[in-house]
Design a protein around this ligand. Structure first.
Ligand SMILES: [Zn+2]
Length: 452
């Protein structure tokens, strides 16, 4: 049916009051046909027609610095949250709220502001009190008459700044806090998500990110993770004054992805520092397998999304990563931006030229973070996931081009990296041996457990 014919028919039916149902159907059909025609016209001019697919992703917010919640019922003008810690010391704790100043904290404790100015002018450390942040804790001690005696403030996790008043004498010094590092080990099996498995293994999200960052050059943590994948790690745990403080660095780790084993050991020697495979090759490669910050994406992957390989790697020129709008996209490797522009088909897009005649392309950004001609480092944010251009939902379309030929970014062999050599290799092997033994023990224990 040609369009003028259709319109005539609609007009005819509009005058036929006895068939209003048919008329409505025809009107809807006509509008649909016109819209389809418009859409087809659009797609003809595009260079990347993509089938409609609804993204189903769950966002995992990046863990934020812990800021205490506001206490209820606080009035205006320098109201503070006060927690009195009972005990021999009788410190009064004050947590800094957003927008709060040191003046208002002192006022709330009925400490003369003149004293605050005296404290601030004691030395460089007390001068630094200007830069307090929400969540910081000030602790005060008063004598029986309510006069200021002492103030304690954590400059960082290992140091207290102590201010004392004795008679007319005011002094400030630094108190070191005892921090002890223990070596721990853990392992996990992925059932639904890497983050959930990490939590079950006693790891914070930050530690899971560290683990993923070690293997991110070999494993695509967005598309390649499967149920049954396993990880084992040897890592540091920090204790302060006898209490657990936080997890430290990963010393060695194994990741078994779809049956393939990857191992890494941390090594530092002279100007060499980083994670190395048992053969002495750096884990860091010239290109990242997936150019996205996966922490925004993979926490919510579900079993239904575990085997969608054929649906996701389509025979078009690249890979589509469905991710929440605004997810940072990284330069997969070091290079120079050859294009940073907007077009109707590609939306906001960025092309990067790398060594070895390799070019990477990134489409549909909500916004770009680099300019044409700019040099970029691997892992540098170049834009943010969006749905500009011909995209049905927020996603990154990623292409990997070698000598002008499109290759599959997930399977293309990447340029080899030089391994450690000579004395450095010998030193690495000596340091890695006990770590690898520990990993082997964890790996067999994990395998045994998973077969029970
Ligand atoms: Zn695509």
């Amino acid at each position: 049916m040609d369009k003028p014919g259709l319109i005539t028919k609609i007009q005819q039916s509009l005058h036929d009051d006895s068939h209003w149902l048919t008329r409505r159907k025809l009107v809807i059909f006509g509008i649909t046909l016109i819209l389809t025609g418009l859409l087809l016209g659009l797609f003809e001019s595009g260079d990347e027609p993509e089938p409609v697919r609804r993204p189903d992703v769950i966002e995992l917010p990046i863990p934020e610095r812990d800021v205490p919640s506001q206490p209820e019922g606080t009035g205006e003008g320098g109201a503070v949250s006060v927690l009195t810690v009972p005990g021999e010391d009788d410190w009064v704790q004050v947590k800094v709220r957003r927008g709060q100043t040191l003046d208002s904290i002192f006022r709330s404790q009925k400490i003369p502001i003149a004293l605050l100015h005296q404290i601030m002018s004691l030395n460089a450390d007390t001068k630094g009190l200007k830069k307090i942040r929400p969540g910081d804790v000030f602790e005060f001690r008063f004598d029986a008459d309510g006069n200021f005696e002492k103030m304690r403030y954590a400059l960082d996790e290992a140091r207290y700044l102590i201010v004392r008043q004795e008679g007319v004498m005011l002094s400030a010094d630094i108190q070191q806090r005892e921090i002890y590092t223990a070596v721990a080990e853990t392992e996990g099996v992925i059932q639904s998500s890497l983050f959930v498995a990490g939590k079950r293994a006693g790891l914070s999200d930050a530690m899971v990110m560290k683990l993923a960052n070690i293997f991110g050059w070999d494993i695509d943590f967005i598309l390649d993770i499967r149920k049954g994948d396993r990880f084992m790690l040897v890592y540091e745990k920090l204790y302060r004054e006898g209490e657990f403080l936080r997890d430290g660095d990963i010393l060695a780790a194994t990741f078994i992805n779809q049956g393939e084993r990857f191992r890494a050991v941390y090594f530092e020697n002279g100007d060499v520092a980083g994670y190395f495979a048992p053969d002495g090759r750096p884990m860091r490669k010239a290109f990242l397998r997936a150019p996205l910050n996966f922490s925004y994406i993979s926490s919510g992957f579900n079993p239904r999304r575990m085997h969608p390989v054929l649906k996701r790697v389509r025979p078009h020129n690249g890979i589509d990563y469905y991710a929440p709008r605004g997810t940072p996209v990284y330069a997969a490797g070091e290079g120079k931006v050859t294009r940073s522009a907007y077009s109707r088909a590609n939306g906001h897009h960025v092309f990067i030229k790398h060594a070895n005649s390799i070019e990477t392309k990134y489409l549909h950004f909500t916004s770009r973070a680099v300019k044409k001609g700019q040099k970029v480092k691997q892992g540098q944010t170049i834009g943010y996931v969006g749905s500009t251009g011909l995209a049905t939902g927020p996603h990154l379309h990623y292409e990997f081009v070698v000598n002008g030929v499109h290759r599959n970014p997930r399977t293309v062999p990447l340029p080899k990296v030089e391994p450690l050599k000579g004395g450095t290799l010998t030193a690495f092997q000596a340091q890695a041996a006990p770590m690898l033994t520990q990993l082997s023990r964890l790996e067999s224990a994990s395998l045994y457990a998973s077969r029970e």
